[in-house]
Ligand binder design. Structure first.
Ligand code: SF4
Ligand code: SF4
Length: 414
């Protein structure tokens, strides 16, 4: 197993076209059984647990109201649908796109109120407090933290350190799952990649080295940003700038920045995902994706291929929206560390050969337990619980406000 990949079972040994029987093959295949629809009692308990945990995290004195209740009901409804239907990515995508739309609506409404423009607001010169900006200028961040620490200034040191602590919590709980369950930008290209349905050209398979492009983007911009002492990815390249809004005050520079990031936005967030049915920005550009694929190893959840059940049909590789599955020499799929746990391949595999695991430990290796407990304690359920609670908690910061803004706008129109 290379450092880059995980998710294939190490005990399988290839013998030309023949393969040696291993312990994993001799065990009964529980892949489909363990990853399909759960019983009603397990689904209701799961959805209730998501609602309870989310309520504890998001309801604070002074907050709440119908919009918060609506978001909590929506998130636990998604939990129920995923658990009961056994379809992870279909319902995750609904959740994820709504989360991204909620962010856009809240942010745009705020921007419109401050600058009078919801799109290009050159008056705002501050770099947003954003995970993509921080990762692509990580050396600057570390340096500024060092300076702040030396000067004893909590005002400068505290917020970033708090952000770092939060990032660690999310990474320990979700790893790269952040990119398919929480990132308030990811829902944009995820949504665009689904619009054309079966008319998408999904069969694109990349040459293996191309999947490392985000790592090159991360390293390049971290170095350039450190040299210039500015967040260069954010200033020049981030296509998501169209969802935020700051530009250089100098007219010529502003026009150049606009040309670069608007082109990137069109190609990687809209046209690429629409035509290819893939998340082009997340899979091939985002420096935070590269960052998280490295540190995501701190998280124990994995997406694992059970070779004993795999027919090598390739459906998982074709459907993976982030180009995170390659095939080895024997054509078995190999899940890369870039996998962001979206569940698309889990849903698509016709034999249930792909499943969520803890550290690649297959469900059949778990000690025997009563069925309800087994359904609730399997790796898939535990991962989905973390993903929905943390995604719901982050969405709770802006979706309810977006709902209120939309409702007020509707009332004014009426
Ligand atoms: S989709 Fe096909 S190739 Fe992929 S794991 Fe399932 S059976 Fe194997
Ligand atoms: S390997 Fe599977 S879970 Fe991972 S990103 Fe691709 S489709 Fe999603």
């Amino acid at each position: 197993m290379t450092q880059k990949d995980h998710g294939e079972l190490p005990e399988k040994r290839e013998l030309g076209d023949q393969t040696e029987k291993t312990q994993a093959e001799e065990e009964p295949c529980h892949g489909r059984e363990c990853s399909a629809a759960k019983s009603w009692p397990a689904s209701l308990i799961f959805a209730g647990a998501v609602a309870g945990a989310l309520g504890l995290l998001t309801f604070a004195p002074g907050r709440g109201g119908p919009a918060h209740w609506a978001w909590l009901a929506f998130t636990s409804g998604i939990a129920l649908l995923i658990s009961r239907t056994g379809r992870v990515s279909r319902w995750r995508a609904v959740f994820f796109v709504v989360l991204a739309c909620g962010f856009m609506l809240k942010f745009k409404a705020g921007l419109l109120g401050i600058t009078g423009s919801a799109f290009l607001a050159e008056d705002i010169q501050e770099v947003p407090y954003c995970h993509i900006a921080l990762s692509s200028s990580i050396l600057n961040t570390v340096y500024s933290q060092y300076l702040a620490l030396k000067s004893g200034s909590w005002g400068a040191w505290g917020p970033l350190s708090l952000g770092g602590a939060l990032w660690l919590v999310f990474t320990l709980a979700l790893g790269t799952g952040w990119c398919s369950w929480v990132c308030w930008y990811g829902g944009i290209d995820d949504g665009c990649s689904r619009v054309l349905g079966r008319f998408r050209l999904r069969r694109l398979v990349l040459p293996p080295r191309l999947r490392d492009l985000p790592l090159a983007v991360l390293l390049f911009f971290a170095a350039v940003s450190m040299m210039s002492l500015k967040p260069e990815f954010c200033l020049w390249a981030c296509p998501l700038k169209l969802t935020t809004g700051f530009l250089d005050p100098a007219d010529a520079v502003r026009k150049a920045q606009l040309a670069v990031f608007a082109t990137l936005a069109f190609l990687t967030l809209v046209a690429g995902p629409l035509v290819l049915g893939k998340r082009v920005f997340c899979g091939l550009v985002c420096p935070f994706g590269a960052w998280q694929s490295f540190f995501g190893r701190l998280n124990p959840f994995r997406v694992t291929v059970r070779r004993a059940a795999c027919t090598r049909c390739g459906a998982c590789q074709v459907c993976c929206p982030t180009f995170s599955i390659e095939r080895d020499q024997a054509s078995f799929p190999k899940v890369l560390a870039y996998c962001n746990r979206c569940g698309e391949c889990v849903d698509a595999c016709p034999t249930g050969a792909i499943t969520y695991t803890v550290l690649d430990r297959l469900p059949s290796r778990l000690p025997p337990t009563p069925r309800l407990a087994a359904e609730l304690l399997e790796a898939r359920t535990l991962f989905l619980f973390c993903a929905l609670v943390l995604g719901g908690a982050v969405g709770g910061l802006f979706v309810p406000d977006a709902l209120r803004s939309a409702f007020s706008a509707l009332l004014e129109l009426g």
